[in-house]
Design a protein around this ligand. Structure first.
Ligand code: 5AD
Length: 345
């Protein structure tokens, strides 16, 4: 296993059977995570980039079996922020020193191209980077957001196992999701994808395929987190909660794509109070503090434990910063685009 980790560290390339061997082996976990930390340090440096996350609507037209805001969850209390309220959140984030706004929502048709482009332009006027995480759209819609100034887009593939995807995301099409990612890349977005780890019916083989998919697509960001069952979904009784396997998947992604942005995901923090710090020491270099006002935040429950307890308010940015500096890292002062660190060297 040590030889495989060495190979990944030096060549940033592994065969599928080598990836599955590392995912299966428990004796080499610490070495794998340490190698990812080293590669992170060499290719993206010590800075942790903070992105302010605004969850602006939990209305969703989709019905993903794992997700707490799926269409059929009648117990979810739906909300959407007004354009004015979203911009108030943006201003608070700017005052707190954030350089990127991440706009995330369910697939809510209320937010037309017109409304979204108004929000995007307002953020760009404040000289911040804009990341969108609002699901599957047409090429024309993606193009309109890009022209309005959007810089990045997050759209997880969730799983590259097509049969599993179609079981878990009824009514959706894996091929359309791939089409979206291809369109986003073509339009010049910094494109993020990612996956959940520990889904019911997901094999180690298919997790290896996910990692190779990120590599083959040359994605710019990868959000990887453990699947956590939500009581108000069809997967309430599934197991999930695979923190270590998620960390290993993330570490392997760092080894194979050394210069990309990798967030320490909230789902990791939901399983371990120190989850995001552990992730930052295992290949991650981004944190996305949730700055949504608390009354909404608790309703954006994709999985239990997600909202945290009063964690990561704009005013609590200092607390996150001190945790980051306590492990010898710095806070990113730039917008944190892919390749920024290597260019500056
Ligand atoms: N557990 C973990 N992650 C989840 N997501 C949705 N539901 C869950 C869950 N139950 C993730 C999906 C989605 C992202 C916004 O949240 O990967 O893309």
């Amino acid at each position: 296993m040590i030889d495989l980790i060495e190979k990944a560290r030096k060549t940033h390339s592994l065969e599928k059977d080598e990836i599955t061997a590392l995912l299966r082996d428990s004796g080499s976990t610490a070495d794998l995570l340490a190698a990812a930390d080293e590669v992170r340090s060499l290719f993206v440096g010590p800075a942790v980039h903070l992105r302010a996350l605004i969850e602006f609507s939990n209305y969703c037209r989709n019905n993903c079996c794992y997700c707490g805001i799926r269409r059929d969850n009648r117990q979810a209390q739906r909300y959407r922020l007004s354009v004015k309220d979203i911009i108030a959140h943006v201003d608070a984030a700017a005052r707190a020193g954030y350089k990127t706004i991440v706009l995330q929502s369910g697939e809510d048709v209320y937010f037309t191209v017109d409304r979204l482009t108004r929000i995007i332009r307002a953020i760009k006027e404040r000289d911040m980077a804009v990341t969108l995480s609002i699901g599957e759209k047409t090429y024309e819609e993606y193009k309109a957001y890009k022209q309005a100034g959007a810089d990045r887009y997050l759209l997880r593939i969730e799983t590259t196992d097509k049969a599993l995807y179609h079981r878990l995301d009824p009514g959706m099409s894996w091929d359309n999701r791939l089409r979206c990612l291809t369109d986003l890349k073509r339009l010049g977005y910094e494109t993020g994808s990612g996956s959940m780890v520990g889904l019911p019916g997901q094999s180690i083989d298919s997790i290896a395929d996910d990692i190779l998919f990120f590599k083959q697509m040359d994605i710019d960001m990868a959000g990887i987190g453990p699947f956590i069952p939500h009581a108000q979904t069809p997967l309430a009784d599934a197991r999930g909660r695979e923190l270590t396997l998620s960390l290993k998947t993330m570490a392997l992604t760092r080894l194979l794509l050394p210069d990309i942005n990798i967030p320490a995901t909230t789902a990791m923090e939901a399983l371990d109070p120190n989850g995001r710090i552990i992730a930052l020491q295992s290949g991650a270099n981004v944190v996305m503090p949730n700055i949504t006002a608390e009354e909404y935040r608790k309703k954006y429950e994709l999985y239990p434990g997600k909202a945290g307890e009063g964690r990561a308010f704009v005013s609590e940015r200092g607390r996150i910063e001190s945790k980051i500096t306590a492990i010898g890292r710095t806070i990113g002062q730039e917008k944190g685009f892919r390749g920024e660190f290597l260019k500056g060297k």
